[in-house]
Each structure stands twice: as structure tokens, then as C-alpha cells.
Design a binder for this molecule. Structure first.
Ligand SMILES: NC(=O)c1ccc[n+]([C@@H]2O[C@H](COP(=O)([O-])OP(=O)(O)OC[C@H]3O[C@@H](n4cnc5c(N)ncnc54)[C@H](OP(=O)(O)O)[C@@H]3O)[C@@H](O)[C@H]2O)c1
Length: 327
């Protein structure tokens, strides 16, 4: 659990975005940060649900400074519209919590034709982060927390690997757990590569495994009634409540020593192939060799820029800048 001093920091004047703030870990993260005085943007794909959850927070924290904005990470035009709206209203951002996620979905595609899990869990957040980077730098000290999973190592027997030649499962059989593992490894590498690029800027990026937490995440894996029936057994097997499962995110977002570990991975208890890592660590050296592959982190960054249209945009800007000015 987070030390009480971390959870009693005064966050007045600090601006925060939490993606997927209407449910599970994201909701409790937004609630706690609002309690501590932060100005919180709940970034939700369903605005009505986001507003209902914001009201729940206000019922407990009457002077909470909250706003709800629509963000569908499965649609890059929604990501761009979200950023335009946010930057039209605010000129600072101290904490970006890339929390939203889907797990083990049936095969599908996002609006931009990406495989659903890599599209929502990584590429949507990648574009969001890139578009907010200048504002984060301007607001430093600032942080980016990427919510990954211990399944970046191994998800239900599928090793977490990134296949840049077939990121979207077009030339191999789709498998929901392999896709989740790939997307969660992408989260770890995203934070690691970002931290490298942000050296000396006062913006710290890290990734997190929250533990096995009772949320809506299993909706594609097990029907709700079965989750209810098996809950006591799952609890005995180590599943924790959302408040407990939010501790690692809050630590990564707020604890002062996190600045000494840019790019690190913070883990609650998890299930790793190397069982000695199962007790977790703040930070933990990931037991996955792929999580330490700097070359892949760089290649994933370049590939992601291409996919979300940023590489083309910077090539256009460069060629415009090189063109002689005409009177
Ligand atoms: N729970 C666990 O045991 C566990 C373990 C390891 C890692 N994690 C990670 O923790 C994070 C939070 O998950 P959770 O457990 O709190 O699950 P959750 O209750 O299902 O919450 C997921 C959130 O992500 C949002 N989301 C899904 N697709 C989206 C999209 N296209 N655009 C915007 N938002 C979208 C959901 O919105 P809707 O409500 O509209 O669907 C919801 O708010 C995820 O990244 C997950 O991978 C969880």
C-alpha cells in the first residue's frame, strides 16, 4: 500500500488526465487524486457514464474539481478531438495516466483498422501522449504513468512479444491472450522509450502492473454471473479490490522517489514466469527479456509514429520548412 504521506500530498493546482476513469482502477485513481485537490479530467469513451461517476466523486468530495471529456482510444480522430478540446481549455498538464484498456477481446479492428487491443491499449495512448508532450514539458515537474500488466511477460501461457511485421494479426491466427500480452509489452516499452526521450525535461514516464483487481476487465473472458459466483474463490487466489489495485498507480504518480527511476516498471504482486518476481516491487526489474530490448522500444516508437500519422506530419513540416519563403 502507498505510504500515507503520498496519499495526503496536497495536489491543488496540479492538472491530471485519467483515461478510462469511469470504471475500475481509473475511477478510484481519479477519485483519490480529486480528494487530494487535483483538477481531474475524466477521459471516457462514454461521456454519460463518465458524468455519473463524476457525480459519485462529488458526492464524497463536494469541492472536487472535475471535468468529463469524451475520449475513444479506438478512434484516432477522437484522440485528436480530445486533445484539441483539452488544450483549448487548459494550458498545463502535470499528470497523464494512461489507464484505459481492454483484455482478451474477440478479434476486431479499431476505426483506423488496427487490431483492437494494440489499437486501444497502445496506439491510442501513444498518440494521446505525443500530442500532450509539449504541455507536459511546459508543466514540469510532470509524469506519465502507463498502466501495463504482469501479462506483458506471459498471459495465460502466451509469451509477450511484439511482432512488428504482423502487429495486427493479419498473417497469423488471432489469439486474444497473445494480443493482450503484445499490447501490454508495448505499454512497458512505450514508458521506457518515452523516459529516454524525456531525459532532462522534468517529465518522468513509468509503467505499472496494478495486481489482479476486481474490475470489469474480465468482461470478454468470463460472463458477469460467473465472476460473481467465483468471486470468493478468486479473492482466495489473490484477487484484490479496486482500492488496493490502485495503489501502484498512485505510487507511480505521486511518490517523490519515482523521479529517480525514469522508464521503470512498478509491480504489485503478479504472476511471472520467474516466480521470484511474483511479490512485485516498486520498481521491479521485469523478468521478461523483451521488456529490456531498447532496440525494439525504439523500433516500436518509430512504427507507432508511422501508424498514428505523426511521421508523415513531421516529414511534411520538414519539407515545408525547407521550402524557400516567397514574398
Ligand atoms: N484488473 C486487473 O486485474 C488488471 C491487471 C493488470 C492490468 N490491468 C490494467 O488496468 C487498466 C484498467 O483496467 P481495469 O481493470 O480498471 O478495467 P475496467 O474496469 O474494464 O476499466 C477499463 C477502462 O478502460 C476504458 N476503455 C476501454 N476501451 C476504451 C476505449 N476504446 N477508449 C477509451 N476508454 C476505453 C473502459 O471504458 P468503458 O467502461 O466505456 O468500456 C474503462 O473505463 C487496463 O489498462 C488493464 O489492462 C488490470
Amino acid at each position: 500500500m502507498c505510504p500515507p504521506a503520498v496519499l495526503s500530498q496536497n495536489l491543488h493546482g496540479r492538472r491530471v488526465i485519467v483515461t478510462g476513469a469511469n470504471s475500475g482502477i481509473g475511477f478510484v485513481t481519479a477519485q483519490q487524486l480529486a480528494k487530494q485537490g487535483a483538477s481531474v479530467t475524466l477521459a471516457c469513451r462514454n461521456e454519460a457514464e463518465g458524468s455519473a461517476r463524476a457525480d459519485e466523486i462529488r458526492a464524497e468530495v463536494p469541492n472536487a474539481d472535475l471535468e468529463v471529456r469524451k475520449l475513444d482510444l479506438g478512434d484516432l480522430s477522437s484522440v485528436r478531438a480530445f486533445v484539441d478540446g483539452y488544450l483549448g481549455a487548459h494550458d498545463s498538464l502535470h499528470l497523464l495516466i494512461n489507464n484505459a484498456g481492454v483484455m482478451n477481446t474477440p478479434q476486431g479492428k479499431t476505426a483506423d483498422g488496427f487490431e483492437t487491443q494494440i489499437g486501444v491499449n497502445h496506439l491510442g495512448h501513444f498518440l494521446l501522449t505525443e500530442l500532450l508532450l509539449d504541455t507536459l514539458k511546459k508543466s514540469a515537474p510532470a509524469r506519465v504513468v502507463v498502466v501495463s500488466s504482469c501479462y506483458h511477460d506471459m498471459a495465460m501461457g502466451r509469451e509477450g512479444v511484439i511482432d512488428l511485421d504482423d502487429l495486427h494479426f493479419e498473417n497469423r491466427e488471432y489469439e486474444g491472450w497473445a494480443s493482450y500480452a503484445q499490447s501490454k509489452l508495448a505499454n512497458v516499452l512505450h514508458a521506457k522509450q518515452l523516459a529516454k526521450r524525456l531525459e532532462g525535461t522534468g517529465v518522468t514516464a513509468v509503467s505499472v502492473h496494478p495486481g489482479w483487481v476486481r474490475t470489469e476487465l474480465m468482461r470478454h473472458t468470463m460472463p458477469a454471473w460467473m465472476q460473481r459466483v467465483t468471486r470468493p474463490f478468486m479473492r482466495m487466489m489473490g484477487m484484490v479490490e479496486p482500492w488496493e489495485g490502485t495503489q501502484t498507480t498512485l505510487y507511480a504518480a505521486l511518490a517523490p522517489d519515482v523521479e529517480d527511476h525514469p522508464g521503470a516498471y512498478y509491480s504489485q504482486t503478479g504472476t511471472y514466469r520467474d516466480k521470484s518476481k511474483n511479490t512485485g516491487g516498486w520498481p521491479l526489474e521485469s523478468p521478461s527479456p523483451h521488456a529490456h530490448d531498447d532496440d525494439m522500444a525504439q523500433r516500436l516508437y518509430e512504427h507507432s509514429r508511422q501508424l498514428v500519422g505523426l511521421a508523415a506530419a513531421s516529414a511534411r513540416e520538414a519539407s515545408q520548412a525547407a521550402r524557400p519563403h516567397q514574398a
